[in-house]
Design a binder for this molecule. Structure first.
Ligand code: HEM
Length: 184
């Protein structure tokens, strides 16, 4: 994955637990990379090792780390580093969700090695939809839950996310029921 992902994990850990805990996580994960370059591509293994080691050191389930990371990604990484892209994709949660399926494909011009997830929205009503998530990667469903929670906060439309099908349990792909309230 592009270095911006590992950098964002670093940013989240440093923000909440400090620099020395991050250095400890990197050392125990056996990751000998001093500085992650946002636009460079790293093996997915690096990200998985960082999350697994953070889970051990922080005594927090990896799923919870991924949920927190999803929120952090939307509210900090994306908003602060790619605010233009985020704002162009929608002014409200429903509008953003309509654009989500095409969101990463637009990015492949800037990041040619991107291997993005694929999203599809079905059963759309004014306050809910089914989100279908396809990826060749394993274990990132909790990240999607956190991303949706982050989007709910960004748009001031608190969301409830319930996973109704899991690839990890043999389903074809992950499906989430997402519903939200619109606050004035
Ligand atoms: C400007 C904002 C965003 C940027 C710059 C961005 C960029 C990226 C990058 C670089 C990766 C790693 C994949 C790779 O390097 O091959 C990634 C993965 C991912 N992104 Fe985004 N993204 C953004 C917003 C979002 C949003 C809003 C969502 C969903 C609500 C999302 C969902 C995901 C997921 C689930 C993955 C994990 C990869 C996988 O499932 O295979 N991203 N994104």
């Amino acid at each position: 994955m592009y270095g911006m992902v590992n950098k964002a994990v670093e940013d989240m850990v440093v923000r909440h637990h400090g620099e020395s805990v991050w250095e400890q996580i990197k050392a125990q994960a056996g990751v000998e990379i001093d500085v992650f370059m946002s636009n460079e591509n790293y093996s997915d293994e690096v990200t998985y090792k960082l999350v697994a080691t953070a889970s051990r050191i922080l005594r927090m389930p990896a799923e919870q780390i991924l949920i927190n990371f999803g929120e952090h990604w939307v509210l900090h990484t994306a908003q602060e580093g790619y605010g233009g892209l985020m704002n162009a994709a929608g002014k409200t949660l429903p509008e953003f969700m309509r654009n989500l399926p095409n969101f990463h494909s637009r990015m492949t011009m800037i990041f040619p090695k991107l291997q993005p997830p694929h999203f599809e929205c079905t059963d759309i009503t004014e306050q809910s939809l089914k989100l279908h998530y396809h990826s060749h990667r394993q274990g990132l469903a909790p990240f999607v839950t956190g991303l949706m929670q982050g989007l709910g906060k960004k748009f001031n439309s608190p969301v409830t996310v319930r996973q109704t099908a899991a690839k990890a349990q043999g389903a074809n792909h992950d499906i989430f029921e997402v519903s939200w309230t619109i606050t004035p």
